[in-house]
Design a protein around this ligand. Structure first.
Ligand code: FPP
Length: 248
């Protein structure tokens, strides 16, 4: 018995640790629906179910931070009816899921321009953040009305204001200090960024933070993305050698 336990634990020792932070650009809901002759919102609704699965999968894998690109700042250019259905789904998600997420000890956080969101959504977001703030199993970060260039610009403005107010020295600014002024201040950078649906773009998602992230692109449309697909992306991450610009 003892030998079995010993070999199990040595097996565990050889398993590489999971990526600490996984970011996902969830894409392909519209195409998934279109391929089935369904309205686009049905694709988003199924996409919301995928979010549930991927949260559970991330907990199983031991991921500490999962950042989901839920709604980009550019998504405000979509037809009003689609925006309103997406916001409806988000309300539903926030109302229905918080209890279970809290029970699973998931901490929820949101990044992006809250001022563009409806007041009741902002209230739900704040409630979710407050209710789950002590949880430590998984940090679920939802990027909503988010754009990385806008985030970086806002950080530069805040720093410039501090300098004008003589609260900061120009020399004090380095990469670490700059990172703290981003909305993700205090969070680790993503190790792995996944984009579904065959598109190979970053689309204004965590531009600063993803400087050294491994990028995994999959043809699977987001509503079809499964826990197994997440596990495969993590395996691909493990197959890559991360050198951070140094030699091997
Ligand atoms: C991209 O598909 C997806 C979105 C713009 C929205 C993602 C939203 C969800 C998964 C719903 C719930 C979200 C949360 C965070 C609870 P697309 O419409 O761009 O697809 P297409 O490229 O095929 O048209």
């Amino acid at each position: 018995m003892y030998d079995v336990m010993k070999s199990v634990s040595s097996l565990r020792d050889t398993t590489p640790p999971p990526p600490v932070h996984v970011g996902i650009i969830m894409d392909g809901n519209g195409r998934w629906a279109q391929a089935r002759g369904l309205p686009r919102i049905e694709g988003h609704r199924r996409g919301m179910e995928t979010v549930r699965e991927v949260v559970k999968g991330s907990i199983e894998l031991g991921v500490e931070y999962l950042t989901l690109y839920g709604f980009s700042i550019e998504n405000w250019k979509r037809p009003a009816a689609e925006i309103s259905s997406l916001m409806g789904l988000l309300r539903l998600y926030l109302r229905q899921e918080i209890k279970e997420l809290d029970e699973r000890r998931v901490r929820m956080r949101f990044i992006g321009h809250r001022s563009l969101l409806a007041d009741d959504i902002v209230a739900l977001i704040e409630e979710a953040e407050e209710q789950t703030k002590e949880n430590t199993t998984l940090n679920l970060v939802v990027a909503l009305s988010y754009g990385a260039r806008q985030e970086i610009t806002a950080a530069a403005q805040n720093i410039a204001q501090r300098i004008l107010d003589k609260e900061m020295d120009v020399d004090a600014i380095d990469e670490n200090v700059f990172s703290e002024f981003l909305e993700t201040g205090g969070m680790p950078d993503p190790d792995l960024v996944i984009r579904t649906s065959g598109e190979q773009r970053i689309s204004n998602f965590l531009l600063w933070q993803s400087a050294y992230a491994e990028l995994v692109f999959t043809d699977t449309l987001w509503p079809d993305f499964s826990r197994e697909d997440l596990r495969q992306a993590v395996l691909e991450f493990h197959r890559r050698e991360r050198r951070y610009g140094a030699t091997g």
